[in-house]
Design a binder for this molecule. Structure first.
Ligand code: AR6
Ligand code: MG
Length: 301
C-alpha cells in the first residue's frame, strides 16, 4: 500500500516535470496537422521551466509549514526563482512588487486589476492534491491559498482547484472513471463547467486536434488549458508518453498543458510507467524524488 502511494506521489511530481521539460521546446508552435506528428526529445538534458520551479517552491513551503502559508510560498518564489525559466510577465511583476515591499493582495491586483487568470496557479498545484487527498474540501482551500500568491482572479483560482482536485481524486480512486462527474459537481465557474461537458462529449467521439484547440483551448489562460490537460489525460492517460505526445501535437502552451496532464497521468500510472531515458536526463531528478517522498511522509503523519 505504501509502495503504491510512493509510486503515485513520485509519478505526479516527475510526470509534471517531464511534461513541462518535454513540452518546453514546442511552446508556441501551431497545432500539428495530425496526431502523432511530434515526438519527445529525451536524448538530451531535459531542463524544466517555471511550472516545475514553482511546484518545487510550493512543495518545499508546504513541507516547512505543514500547510499552505501564502507569505512563505511567495518568499520562496522571490528567493529561489530563476527569471530565465520562462515566467509569465504578470507573475514576474507580482513577485517584483512583493520583493519591493508591496502587500501580496495589492501586488496581485497591480498588473491586472481583477487579478491574473493565467494558468500559473494550476500548473504548480499538484502537490496539494497529493498531500490532502483524503479531504477534498481542504484540497480546495489549500489550492486557493496557493493561488492567491500570484493569481487572484476567480478563474485563475478555479483552474488551480480543478487540477488539485483531479490529482486527489485520481490518487483516491486509482481510476479515470468518474473524474469528470466529480469535477462537474465541485466546479462553480460556468465557463469551466461548459468545457467539462465538451470534454465529456469529446471522449465519446474522435475530435481532430483543431477541434480540441478550438473548443477546449491551448493557450496560457486557465480556461484555455486546464480542461484541455484533463481531457488529454482522460483520453490518453493509459500511456504517459501518448499523453505527452498529444500535448505536443496541440501546440500553444505545450509545457504547461504537458505539466498538468503529466501530473495527472503520473499519479494515475505511477513512477514505473514514466520513460526511463527521459527520467535519466531530467534536471533535478533526485531532488524531485526526495520531495515526493517527503510529501508522502507529511500526508501520512
Ligand atoms: N486580463 C488580461 N490578460 C490576462 C489576465 C487578465 N486579468 N490574466 C492573465 N492574462 P501571467 P502565469 C494573460 O502573466 O499564469 C508561462 O509560460 C496575459 O497575457 O499571470 O504565471 C507559464 O509557464 C498574461 O501575460 O502568467 C505558463 O505557461 C498571461 O495571461 C504561462 O506563462 C499569463 O498570465 C502562464 O503563466
Ligand atoms: Mg513554463
Amino acid at each position: 500500500m505504501k509502495d503504491e502511494l510512493r509510486s503515485r506521489f513520485r509519478g505526479a511530481l516527475l510526470g509534471l516535470a517531464l511534461g513541462d521539460a518535454i513540452g518546453a521546446p514546442f511552446e508556441g508552435a501551431p497545432p500539428a496537422r495530425e496526431k502523432g506528428t511530434r515526438k519527445p526529445k529525451c536524448d538530451m538534458p531535459l531542463r524544466y521551466t517555471d511550472d516545475t520551479e514553482m511546484m518545487i517552491g510550493l512543495s518545499e513551503s508546504i513541507l516547512e509549514e505543514e500547510r499552505v502559508v501564502p507569505e512563505t510560498v511567495v518568499q520562496w518564489f522571490i528567493r529561489e526563482m530563476n527569471p530565465w525559466r520562462g515566467y509569465g510577465i504578470g507573475t514576474l511583476r507580482v513577485l517584483e512588487l512583493v520583493k519591493e515591499g508591496v502587500e501580496i493582495e495589492k501586488a496581485t491586483h497591480a498588473v491586472f486589476p481583477e487579478g491574473s487568470f493565467g494558468n500559473g496557479a494550476a500548473m504548480r498545484v499538484a502537490p496539494i492534491g497529493l498531500v490532502w487527498a483524503a479531504d477534498l474540501k481542504r484540497v480546495m482551500t489549500e489550492a486557493e491559498k496557493s493561488s492567491i500568491t500570484t493569481h487572484t482572479h476567480p478563474l485563475g483560482i478555479e483552474g488551480a482547484k480543478m487540477i488539485a482536485l483531479s490529482v486527489a481524486i485520481i490518487l483516491r480512486t486509482g481510476s479515470k472513471e468518474g473524474l469528470l462527474d466529480e469535477l462537474l459537481k465541485m466546479v462553480r465557474e460556468e465557463v469551466f463547467l461548459k468545457k467539462l461537458l465538451v470534454a465529456k462529449e469529446f471522449l465519446k467521439s474522435e475530435p481532430t486536434l483543431e477541434e480540441v484547440v478550438q473548443k477546449l483551448g491551448n493557450d496560457v489562460l486557465a480556461v484555455e488549458s486546464v480542461v484541455t490537460a484533463i481531457y488529454a489525460f482522460l483520453r490518453f492517460g493509459d500511456s504517459f508518453i501518448d499523453t505527452i505526445n498529444f500535448c505536443l501535437d496541440l501546440g500553444g502552451d505545450t509545457d504547461t498543458i504537458g505539466a498538468m496532464a503529466g501530473a495527472l497521468a503520473g499519479v494515475y500510472l505511477g513512477e514505473k510507467a514514466l520513460p526511463p531515458t527521459c527520467l535519466t536526463n531530467l534536471e533535478d531528478y533526485e531532488r524531485l524524488l526526495d520531495l515526493s517522498d517527503a510529501l508522502l511522509r507529511l500526508s501520512l503523519s
